[in-house]
Design a protein around this ligand. Sequence first.
Ligand code: CA
Length: 226
Amino acid sequence: MQTVLVIEDEEDIADLVGFNLERAGCRVLKAYDGQIGLDMALKERPDIIVLDLMLPTLNGLGVLKGLRRDSRTQQVPVILLTARAQTEDRIQGLTSGADDYVTKPFSPKELVLRVQSILKRMQVNSGSTEFVVGPFSFDKNALKFYIDNAPVELTSTEFKLLLYLCERANHPQQRNDMLRSVWGYSDDVISRTLDTHMKRLRQKLGSFADRVETIRGVGYRFVNPA
Ligand code: CA
């Protein structure tokens, strides 16, 4: 059974979300406050977190940063709950390491589907769990990435984007296909975050940054010289 932590100060919403997740077979933990939610996440290490942006004591972006800073929760996927007007916050959230977002008012069913889709993506790939291309190697099981055997810290989104490009080395990949593969769908908000993710990813690749090419009007390509 997988554990979902719901951090949401509106108790009605937290309860509704919790009820639907429990019905879908998850174990649910709830926190009605940002700081309490962050502490609970570090202690309980849930499999996924549903995080509201507007929270007392510590807002959602603060919680997200706290989660991403701590090795215990660095890789735990996060779905943001945001109001329709919070486009910039949503973009900031996605580039700060959130995996997805759902806009309020949302249908609990949609949220449950998003949770299940991310959990499925995180599951162990039963085939080969290691993928190697040139100096890069990916441990798909642990979501760990290495350059010349030295570990490089990537967020789960950066990991998935890079793996997607590397598995299709030398072939240009379209933005929308990348978005759909990593997030499961594509829309304007996540599209606006793609270039920021790619920029950070390149910074982390150091001297290999130029292996990831921007193809104007198309998307990106990973170059693996023969
Ligand atoms: Ca709230």
